[in-house]
Design a protein around this ligand. Sequence first.
Ligand SMILES: [Zn+2]
Length: 454
Amino acid sequence: MEKPCNSNRQFLLLHLLFLSLLVGLTNSTAAPSQDEQSKIISRFQEYLQINTAQPSPDYQKSTHFILSQANSLSLESQVVEFVKGKPVVLLKWPGSDPSLPSILLNSHTDVVPSEYSKWVHPPLGAHIDEQGNIFARGSQDMKCVGMQYLEAIRRLKSSGFQPKRSLYLSFVPDEEIGGHDGAEKLAYSDVLKNMNVDIVLDEGLPSPNENYRLFYAERTPWWLVIKATGAPGHGAKLYDNSAMENLFKSIESIRRFRASQFDLVKAGLKAEGEVISVNVAFLKAGTPSPTGFVMNLQPSEAEAGFDIRIPPTANTESLEKRIAEEWAPASRNMTFEFKQKVTTHDDLGRPLLTASDNSNPWWTLLEEAIKKANGKIGKPEIFPASTDARYFRQLGLPAIGFSPMVNTPILLHDHNEFLNQAEYLRGINVYESIIKAYTSFIPPGRDGVSRDEL
Ligand SMILES: [Zn+2]
């Protein structure tokens, strides 16, 4: 019984040695020095200080800045204007095996406008407070991610890492106004075809807790306008079938449906992205008068608009039936039209989602890479709104939404958007790990070696 004890100790020592080696290997690049850290932060600040707010982003400055970063990293670069004045900046780190499909990391350069007076620090200042919080429009959405891609490449290059697959970065101009001149054009271009992309990463959301959030799909918008007509009449008269009465019956029905969906979220049975949301966007009725509206008249027309968001897993046929039969029935003198009706299926007719299990090697690799960088991961989610990722999923490409921000309040499009600098730096480590894993991935069966032989 003594001997095994001895060899146990030896085993333990060896095991410890192996573990320390492993730790050494996984943290292949040392933490950046104080000087290097402040350089990283000031590059981020520089990007944040460029005014790329819609409706008139300074694309000249942002393009110049991105190209100068690319230049300092010896990346190949190309500026494509599918629409004049709306530059898509493409950067490439060529892989050692050009026969392997590539990786695309997407980010948008534009940001939403800010109400300057409601910010504690100016939205273009990129001021850092005593807690290390960097205040700027775009600090979460999503200049952080665009710069983190570049900083991760900088670190990998200086460590001597060589990717097998080519890595592309796309900086697109107009996500905040729909992405039609940027990501959508790119997705359907020969430029993208020639890039031979296998997987796209795009933006996600910050997490108020310690778990990173990964998005495998998003809800698609249906913008519905319903219109009621009815006999006009004196404001003192009670009668059936007025336009307003017809419209209110629909609104009651829509509000009941909204509550049923919201209850599922409140009860914790479904996440926000998993239910159909419907919110009133406008109400339009009444007969205008010089002082407001005519008060003793029941109008002959009334309209309401709704922003509906649908997860790709929803039964859209039953929703369409509900709209035609309950929300805008012809029997109640109602009509409806869609101002926008985005499909929940891709070009190949499949539900618009990226597999979030081990049937998708990119999903598994991403989870492993985040864990390797000491990150925790929450349950896969459906993005509650829209991002440019939908254009790539539409093609049938896998696309995952991810913005590495934990313990961070969600301030996208809000006043006082900020990101803590320590969190920003952590995100660079995470992308370093992801880029390494993604660009090194060789699918089983390549190079004549099957999984069985391995
Ligand atoms: Zn965004």
